[in-house]
Ligand binder design. Structure first.
Ligand code: P1T
Length: 384
């Protein structure tokens, strides 16, 4: 049966009742290997780093959600980033967004730069900056949109065109949107990457990464890296993520509803300075967000008036429902301080030059009752 809606795909794509028992839920195939009748005579499964039925179901489900042919799962989001960059060779160059997850910046600048891959970080909210950085060595363009943590919006279609004209592979880290809000393949991305740790799993109990691709050759190369380098997830984690995905659409709707109300509440608060959220009409790329996203998500960053740092630190200690923790995209609300937590690996001068202030506070708005969330923020702002 053919179905096109993500609300149906989350439940059914890639999921078949177990042929041996009829179990409706994909079993956790907790095995490291598979018995062969004779050398090479097997049922499509040889060794669990290479293939696992629980992982296969998840990979197929994720590919369907991104409207692409193939999904590949990794033990962490960083494992997925690592595999992408390993497509490149010494001398190749990457143009990356200058506002991005600190861990991505760290692997680029500390691990791969010393292997001879050169990274240029540019503000991609203006695609002209990507054109200006392209040269004959450009082999990959690394987009994150909305960006972590400044919620900048990058026009995927424009940047993908520029990248493709140069013959580069265009990767979009879709973690902040989830496949529910945005499918970058539709705008031209070659690889769609996720930290499935976030909205895809949604319950803050698994760390996992995903790459989705459509091109057969690119899939072959990435599947080779997945198996050869070995950062694959275990079957229990795959089961948990499959389970989390079933409510992705419902969770995302509530994240977006609550996110809008929290952003509007912050924007009118006398102690709050800037609020970064792509749903505001005065967000510099609001129109691009409307074009490529279904809604604006549950991630919001803000500063206090005059970029006050001490009051921001007091605020970070004062919330009760918003727990102070790294990560995002789970059902429960989190608050973070990018400068000392998720983005501490970006040198301070670089961070400040990119607009990431020490006073910035990041919220991952959960799916609790909105009145309780606002009351928590209100009480914490009163102490700040
Ligand atoms: O944590 P891991 O599953 O390895 O994913 C890394 C990653 C990649 N891309 C983006 C956009 C991310 O936000 C992350 C992880 N981010 C956090 C832990 C954080 O709190 O921002």
């Amino acid at each position: 049966m053919k179905y096109n809606h993500i609300e149906t795909k989350v439940l059914h794509a890639g999921i078949e009742p177990d042929p041996s028992t009829g179990a409706i839920m994909t079993p956790i195939f907790q095995t490291s290997t598979y018995v062969q009748a004779a050398p090479g005579d097997h049922k499509g499964y040889e060794y669990a780093r290479t293939q696992n039925p629980t992982r296969n179901a998840l990979q197929q489900n994720l590919a369907a959600l991104e409207q692409m042919k193939y999904g590949l799962c990794f033990s962490t989001g960083m494992g997925a980033v690592d595999a992408c960059i390993k497509l490149l060779s010494p001398g190749d160059e990457v143009i990356a967004t200058n506002d991005l997850y600190g861990g991505s910046y760290r692997i680029f600048t500390t691990v791969f730069a010393k292997m001879g891959i050169k990274f240029h970080f540019v503000d991609m909210s203006n695609p002209d900056n990507v054109s200006a950085a392209i040269n004959s060595q450009t082999k990959m363009v690394w987009v994150e949109t909305p960006t972590n943590p400044l919620l900048k919006i990058i026009d995927i279609e424009s940047v993908a065109k520029i990248g493709h004209q140069a013959g580069a592979i265009v990767v979009v880290d879709n973690t902040f949107s989830s496949p529910y809000l945005q499918n970058p393949f539709k705008q031209g991305a070659d690889i769609v990457m996720h930290s499935a740790t976030k909205y895809i799993n949604g319950h803050s109990d698994v760390v996992m990464g995903v790459l989705c691709v459509n091109d057969d050759d690119l899939h072959q190369r990435l599947a080779f890296l997945q198996n050869t380098c070995g950062a694959t997830p275990g079957p229990m984690d795959c089961f948990l993520v499959l389970r989390g995905i079933k409510t992705l659409h419902i969770r995302m709707e509530r994240h977006c509803q609550n996110g809008k109300k929290v952003a509007e509440y912050l924007a009118q608060h006398p102690k709050v300075g800037e609020v970064y959220w792509p749903g505001f009409e005065n967000h510099p790329n609001h129109e691009v967000a409307k074009k490529q996203m279904r809604d604006f998500g549950g991630m919001i960053s803000f500063t206090l008036k005059n970029d006050a740092i001490e009051p921001a630190l007091t605020f970070l200690k004062s919330t009760k429902l918003f727990s102070l923790a790294e990560s995002l995209g789970g059902v429960e609300s989190l608050v973070g301080h990018p400068a000392t937590m998720t983005h501490a690996s970006i040198p301070k001068e670089q961070r400040i030059a990119n607009g990431l202030k020490d006073s910035l506070i990041r919220l991952s708005v959960g799916i609790e009752h909105i009145d309780d969330l606002i009351a928590d923020l209100d009480a914490a702002l009163a102490t700040a």
